[in-house]
Design a protein around this ligand. Structure first.
Ligand code: C2O
Length: 546
């Protein structure tokens, strides 16, 4: 196994998008940021130097960080932010993960522009479980605002209203042909007739689940979230923010140019969303194509309607592990967490400009009625490691404090969560099941729920209220997929299982940034086991302090 050294300089960079020049935060002046490529088993050492005006941290999304929680990155969870002018070196090893992950800023909404691909090839000397494709292309789906994303989040938190909608979606940071001033820079992916390309599709958008398709071409899904899956063929993908999907695409059509396109899967009823479509071009490399088809309009794919939950669900339920896997059959922790939005009353005396939600309220979100509050004077991991009291409590409820019809209309008294920095404590090695139950308080939506520090099995999903008596018959304990982000369906539920074998403090949250800002998060505190190999490592000497 190798060790790879990288320098990430966080800096302001000017880019032109949608006819205007913007100053954005980037890594090394690149947008999207640098692609990191390693083999399973390799170690990464990334020295992050902050030359921007904002605090920053970098999260390696989906990397299990076995015993190295200090390198996980979410600000105030596993570290204090890297202040302007300061630096921090993330050091971690990839263990038993192959495929596509990514990295992104985990500080305010900086990940809008601070993100890139992390490609994990098979262990040295080993091969893919499918024929090796001729080419491989990362496809990063993103979201673009004409204003600084920090201002977008400030506007949302100051006014208590929903944030501004994005002005474009992007593929490899380019909006594409359908947006003004964007045609010239549209992303082009070249392909030879007959060859196969591996597209590593990553949803790096801030607040939007996306459908993705390529005109006239079938996509064969072979992996997701850096685990292989039993291959299946589809004409459309749906990815929640945080999720990755590896697909093989074969150039078996007339040599021509074809659009790849992505647009919103907006499950929330009646909520406004950015309904624009981003495109890139798949271009066959033939003499006839370069002389002729460049002049003709590319073929456009058919994409599902924005509210096509049937297509989204048909896709997410197709995933299987390639073989029988070791899902915990017995469970020690039977947890039931509600995930959803809410509204809170305007704080007494607050100006009305501060409360622009419906009827003078503010938007909020919670799990089990707790709206998560980040600490500001320490990180949870440091407080845990050093035994500093008062930073968090470990009374996050195992089940909702009140039972109600989660997917029906509920009384307003249920809308208001309490605020707190509450963790749920797990013994080392505990076998954990979490039912993630979507609520329709205020608004029913899909929620892409991401767990740090672990991959988990998705053993079932369904609509309505989870029924522990009958829905257990739907559990797949044979070959469920291994993921790090689960799409909890609108007005429905998802059940996940994992073994708590990675000590530390691990955030679990909705990967729609607006929802994490409103508090749709909690964290697990996983205790050390008995020996050193079952314990959190000591913090690095350069760990940023608050
Ligand atoms: Cu990809 Cu907590 O994030």
């Amino acid at each position: 196994a190798k060790t790879h050294y990288h320098d990430f300089v966080i800096q302001a960079t000017s880019v032109k998008r949608l006819c205007k020049i913007h100053n954005i935060i980037t890594v090394n002046g690149k947008f999207p940021g640098p692609t990191l490529e390693v083999n399973n088993g390799d170690t990464l050492v990334v020295n992050v130097v902050n030359r921007a005006r904002y605090n920053v941290t970098i999260h390696w999304h989906g990397v299990k960080q076995m015993r190295t929680g200090w390198a996980d990155g979410p600000e105030f969870i596993t570290q204090c932010p890297i202040r302007p002018g300061k630096s921090y070196t993330y050091r971690f090893t990839i263990q038993e993960q192959e495929g596509t992950l990514w990295w992104h800023a985990h500080s305010s909404w900086l990940r809008a522009t601070v993100y890139g691909a992390l490609i994990i090839n098979p262990k040295e000397g080993e091969i893919y479980p499918f024929p090796k494709p001729k080419r491989e292309t990362p496809i990063l789906l993103g979201e673009w605002w004409n204003t600084n994303p920090i201002d977008v989040v400030r506007q949302a938190t100051r006014t208590g209203a929903a944030p501004n909608l994005s002005d474009a979606y992007t593929i490899n940071s380019q909006p594409g042909d359908l947006y003004k001033c964007s045609r010239q820079d549209t992303t082009v992916v070249h392909i030879d007739s007959g060859e196969t390309n591996l597209l590593r599709v990553i949803n790096a958008a801030l607040n939007q689940q996306l459908f993705f398709a390529v005109a006239n071409h079938k996509l064969t899904v072979v992996g997701a979230d850096a685990s292989y899956v039993k291959p299946f063929t589809t004409s459309v993908l749906m990815l929640g923010p945080g999720q990755t999907t590896d697909v093989l695409i074969k150039a078996d059509q007339q040599p021509a140019r074809y659009y790849m396109a992505a647009r919103a899967y907006a499950s929330a009823q009646g909520a406004p969303f950015d309904d624009t479509t981003t495109t890139a071009i798949l271009e066959y490399n033939t003499a006839s194509c370069s002389s002729n088809c460049v002049k003709t309009k590319p073929v456009f794919p058919s994409l599902p309607e924005y509210n096509d939950t049937a297509t989204a669900t048909a896709f997410t339920t197709k995933f299987r592990s390639p073989r029988k896997v070791e899902v915990p059959k017995e469970i020690d922790e039977n947890l039931f967490f509600t995930v959803g939005l809410g509204l809170e009353n305007c704080p007494r005396g607050a100006p009305s400009s501060y409360c622009q939600g419906p009827s003078g309220t503010r938007f909020t979100a919670s799990m089990n009625n707790v709206s998560f509050v980040l600490p500001s004077n320490n990180s949870l991991l440091q407080a845990h490691y050093q035994g500093i009291p008062g930073v968090f409590s470990t009374d996050f409820p195992a089940v909702p404090p009140v039972k109600f019809d989660y997917t029906g209309n509920v009384s307003q008294s249920l809308w208001q969560p309490i605020r707190g920095t509450k963790l749920y404590k797990l013994k080392y090695g505990a076998r954990v099941q979490v039912v993630l139950q979507g609520t329709s308080i205020f608004s029913a939506e899909n929620h892409p729920i991401h767990l740090h520090g672990y991959d988990f099995y998705i053993i079932a999903e369904g609509f309505g209220n989870f029924n522990p008596k009958t829905d257990t018959s739907k559990f797949n304990l044979i070959d469920p997929p291994l993921r790090n982000t689960a799409s909890v369906p609108v007005n429905g539920w998802t059940v996940i299982r994992f073994v708590a074998n990675n000590p530390g403090v691990w955030l679990m949250h909705c990967h729609l940034d607006v929802h994490i800002t409103w508090g749709l998060a909690m964290a697990f505190l996983v205790e050390n086991g008995v020996c050193e190999l079952e314990s959190l490592e000591a913090p690095p000497v350069d760990l940023p302090v608050c």
